[in-house]
Design a protein around this ligand. Structure first.
Ligand code: B16
Ligand code: MG
Length: 224
């Protein structure tokens, strides 16, 4: 750890996966769309936007709306969508890292900060393996790690605990409204990626990951 970071207000940066490190949202969309078409349910890209950062079962509930199904049927439908999604992950390679994501990760590590993944996905390790970046992370907190999904803070608090970092000394980089809410609920510095109407509640906001400036995150942490 350098002198600059030892005296800074930040110990760790927790990265969301889908929408921050890589854009698996398109594969989630195609999986849900295929299921919806097979079932004869209406579903389009606009409705898909509501599923950003939302867990698998909660996504299904949002798609189902008022349609009532028994729990076993719902589980089978969610499993079927997941099979479609996992099949599509075979195409994922290191070229699918979002622009600036690898650079930002390396900057954080060079600044002596710990880095973790805080993703709602139960497939996060598979995606990280395919991107060939699993070993870069000091901790991985994913959809298998905790019961309560975003916007509850549990995923991020679990990541912070694994890192031994107090939540107030963690920043979270998130592209979803529910993820920004989870970071704020956990008492962390929230860095939003995307339009103000989606992530405007964050302490800092950028249109995309390539625009993120670590020095601005460190300065914002010092001001808190
Ligand atoms: P799975 P993140 C989230 O990932 C996705 O944004 C969301 O669309 C998906 O439903 C959720 O993971 C669960 O994924 O079905 O693979 O468990 O943005 O939290 O990294
Ligand atoms: Mg996300």
């Amino acid at each position: 750890m350098t002198d600059a970071t030892r005296s800074s207000a930040l110990d760790a940066v927790i990265f969301d996966l889908d929408g921050v490190i890589t854009d698996t949202a398109e594969y989630h969309y195609r999986g849900w769309k295929r299921l919806a078409d097979e079932q004869g349910w209406p579903f389009d890209r606009e409705r898909n936007e509501q599923l950003r950062g939302v867990s698998r079962m909660e996504s299904l509930d949002l798609i189902l709306g008022d349609r009532e199904l028994d729990p076993e049927e719902k589980l089978a439908l969610a499993d079927r969508k997941n099979r479609y999604y996992v099949e599509s992950l075979e195409q994922v390679t290191p070229r699918d890292l979002l622009p600036g994501a690898h650079e930002l990760l390396m900057q954080c590590k060079q600044a002596g900060l710990k880095v973790a993944i805080g993703s709602s996905s139960r497939n996060a390790r598979n995606v990280l393996d395919r991107l060939q970046i699993t070993d870069l992370f000091d901790a991985i907190s994913d959809g298998n790690s905790v019961e309560r999904a975003k916007p509850q803070p549990d995923l991020f608090l679990h990541a912070a605990a694994q890192l031994g970092a107090p939540p107030a000394r963690c920043a979270v980089i998130e592209d979803a409204e529910s993820g920004v809410a989870a970071a704020l609920a956990g008492g962390m510095l929230a860095v939003g990626i995307g339009p103000p109407e989606r992530v405007g509640a964050a302490h800092l906001r950028y249109d995309n990951v390539a625009q993120v400036r670590l020095e601005e995150i460190l300065a914002a942490a010092a001001r808190r």
